[in-house]
Write a protein that binds this ligand. Structure first.
Ligand code: A3P
Length: 317
């Protein structure tokens, strides 16, 4: 498979992010975020108007939805899914594929202009849609029309560290003078897209639905081939072994970082930081561990998704 056809050229993703970084540079810190229905969002990426328009989004049964909290690896799994879809469409005569000359949409459902949902009606199958939204805030048609959802999990300590570093370099998100200041806001759900703990508790209500498959950053990091196979089976993509191996190779951190100028523009340098597991260990102090361990115990330990996080393995100090 040719590499060139797979990686999206620098288009919607890079352009929108670069524009949002420029817009954010002109704003004061307090104006970088706003609250909608109790959750914090970034002003230069989301608007109340787009949230209102989002209700008109009509999901299709063959949509491929990637749900993940910010910094859970959504760009990594986004590439895996977009490669898998490209190959499945090529292989499967039943997969209808129209060549479209429509401009590409920004891949996250809740980011863009309110007219995007009208334009999305014309997009050919299978549409790949990423979202950071909690399930209760997603358009109902996603669940009603039984679109399949890949739900991305990442252990909360690595996710918090990744989020903290991202806030230091990505101007649309409020920056912090100290890790302590970020940690306080993260635990209180005052960062963009709110509380990761609430997010997981809400998604836990959907576990058991045959249309929602959780998968963790850590399991795919440990064995990417097995992770990609699981994704292929869940979405019933028809791919041969060689194609699966190509997708696995292209999804390595090194390979994605190397291609990031083409896929993500200047944003790539901010996004591809370490891509590992357990990096939190050199940042968390005892007080942070105690507070997060308690939060996990009180809100997630007794849930299915809480168990899937393997907190004892990945988060124990
Ligand atoms: P770190 O900051 O820990 O390095 P998101 O895409 O949801 O914003 O998540 C970003 C995190 O995923 C970053 O974590 C980034 O390095 C990591 N990541 C991106 N691509 C990856 C890949 N191919 N393999 C492993 N991790 C990756």
């Amino acid at each position: 498979m040719e590499e060139k056809g797979m990686a999206k050229p620098k288009t919607a993703l890079a352009d929108v992010l670069e524009k949002s970084m420029i817009a954010a540079d002109a704003l004061e810190r307090k104006d970088l975020i706003f609250t909608y229905k109790g959750t914090v969002y970034p002003t230069t990426l989301c608007t109340p108007e787009i949230f209102k328009a989002m209700d008109s989004f009509e999901a299709r049964r063959d949509d491929v939805i990637l749900a993940g909290f910010p910094k859970s690896g959504t760009n990594w799994f986004g590439q895996i899914l977009s490669d898998l879809i490209a190959l499945a469409v090529k292989n499967n005569k039943n997969e209808i594929h129209h060549h479209s000359d429509m401009p590409e949409e920004f891949p996250y459902l809740e980011i863009g202009d309110p007219e995007k949902y009208e334009r999305m009606k014309k997009l050919p199958p299978r549409r790949l849609i990423r979202t950071h939204m909690a399930p209760q805030n997603l358009p109902e048609s996603i669940f009603k029309n039984k679109a399949k959802i890949l739900l991305l999990l990442r252990n909360p300590k690595d996710l918090a560290k990744s989020y903290y570093h991202f806030c230091l370099v990505f101007s649309p998100f409020p920056s912090y003078e100290s890790w302590d200041g970020f940690f306080e806001d993260f635990m209180a759900g005052k960062v963009p897209w709110g509380s990761y703990f609430n997010y997981l508790s809400e998604w836990n209500k959907y576990i058991g639905s045959e249309n929602v498959m959780p998968i963790s950053f850590e399991e795919v990091k440990e064995n990417t081939y097995l992770g990609v196979k699981k994704i292929v089976e869940f979405f019933e993509f028809s791919l041969n072994e060689e194609e699966i191996h190509t997708v696995v190779q292209r999804s390595s951190f090194q390979s994605m970082k190397k291609n990031s100028k083409d896929t993500h523009g200047a944003f790539g340098d901010l996004l591809f930081r370490k891509g590992g597991v357990s990096d939190w260990r050199n940042l968390f102090e005892e007080k942070h561990n105690l507070e997060m361990d308690k939060m996990y115990k009180d809100h997630l330990a007794a849930t299915t998704l809480g168990t899937r996080l393997k907190y004892e393995v990945y988060c124990k100090a």
